[in-house]
Design a protein around this ligand. Structure first.
Ligand SMILES: Cc1cc2nc3c(=O)[nH]c(=O)nc-3n(C[C@H](O)[C@H](O)[C@H](O)COP(=O)(O)O)c2cc1C
Length: 314
């Protein structure tokens, strides 16, 4: 079968890996064990820095070349950067691809690009995309409301968002939110993306370091298993429906301190220690798979779907 990805793909050129499948940055989770498994399988592993643990993140970045000879990237959550420490760490690491999220990219895009780094900024809106384009980013991670994690309270679905952004800018797009397989990838490409990013799917992968309780909760949840919380304050998040998030939903507001127990959830398995960040795609995940299985199956299905759709001309 012809590989549907043999045509020019700008995201693939920027990533330098085999498949335009990016593993989402996720505080504490997106570390070398998961990121190296994704890179070794031909995808693009990303190391998080949103945990704010500079020394641990530095150690994880240092471990990567021991675990993979394939490219990987780093994420910088701009809102949480207290000083230039993380930026200097990223520049010194020698990586050539960075995603920035949560904040205004204009402050750091110049210094990163001067260091020879390609920068994609995560956006939840057309306005955010235009601002990022103005700041000089090389591409966008377009995050639909379906996805897990910190959200804009706007609740625009991925398909409308990609198309609305594509109508205004030609920047390469990595689509994120609700994607777990080749069907999701093909539909994102149909809308105008040249790459995909998966978070929830990789949280529930074999190489994800989170407690089995979190993986089981994702597997057991259906497509109504998450909700957006805290729309009128920060941080607005999408998380699993649990006893804790039912309380937060009833209260209507939550502050950052609600996330204090997140390590206890991720690694201790206490599903009510903090909101369990996850996306609507929990409804499409029914088993733990290795990163290689996820990537191989996604690409095979993408190629099959594209070939099938090529016969559907009217
Ligand atoms: C558990 C979890 C933690 C996340 N943490 C971060 C983060 O630290 N920084 C970030 O930019 N995005 C974070 N995200 C959002 C992802 O980058 C991505 O946009 C999202 O997971 C895509 O949607 P999906 O979960 O449906 O795949 C997180 C998502 C999840 C599920």
């Amino acid at each position: 079968m012809t590989n549907a990805l043999t045509h020019k793909n700008r995201v693939l050129e920027h990533l330098g890996c085999r498949y335009p499948i990016v593993q989402a940055p996720m505080g504490w989770i997106a570390r070398s064990q998961l990121a190296s498994a994704v890179s070794n399988a031909g995808g693009f592993g990303v190391i998080e820095t949103s945990s704010g643990e500079v020394e641990n993140c530095a150690a994880e970045i240092k471990k990567m070349p021991e675990l993979t000879d394939k490219p990987f990237g780093i994420n910088l959550p701009l809102l949480f950067l207290r000083d230039r420490q993380m930026i200097d760490l990223v520049i010194a690491s020698g990586v050539t691809f960075v995603t920035t999220s949560a904040g205004d990219p204009s402050k750091y895009v110049g210094v990163l690009k001067e260091a020879g780094i390609t920068v994609y900024h995560a956006v939840p809106s057309v306005a955010g995309a235009l601002k990022a384009a103005q700041a000089g980013v090389d591409g966008l991670v377009v995050e639909g409301t379906e996805g897990g994690g910190f959200k804009a309270p706007l609740e625009v679905g991925l398909h409308v968002l990609i198309q609305a952004i594509r109508n205004q800018t030609d920047l390469p797009i990595i689509a994120a939110g609700g994607i777990v397989d080749g069907i999701g990838m093909a539909s994102a490409f149909a809308a105008g993306a040249e790459g995909i990013q998966m978070g929830t799917r990789f949280v529930s992968s074999a190489e994800s370091p989170v407690h089995q309780n979190f993986k089981d909760s994702i597997i057991e949840s259906d497509e109504n298993g998450t909700w957006i919380l805290n729309k009128t304050a920060r941080p607005c998040i999408r998380a699993l429906k649990t006893d804790l998030t039912r309380e937060i939903n009833a209260a209507g507001v939550m502050d950052m301190s609600a996330l204090k127990g997140i390590k206890n959830l991720y690694f201790g398995g206490d599903m009510n220690a903090a909101p369990a960040l996850a996306g609507q795609s929990v409804g499409l995940i029914d088993t733990v798979k290795t990163a290689k299985q996820i990537i191989d199956e996604t690409i095979t299905e993408f190629n099959t779907v594209c070939a099938r759709m090529a016969t559907q001309t009217f």
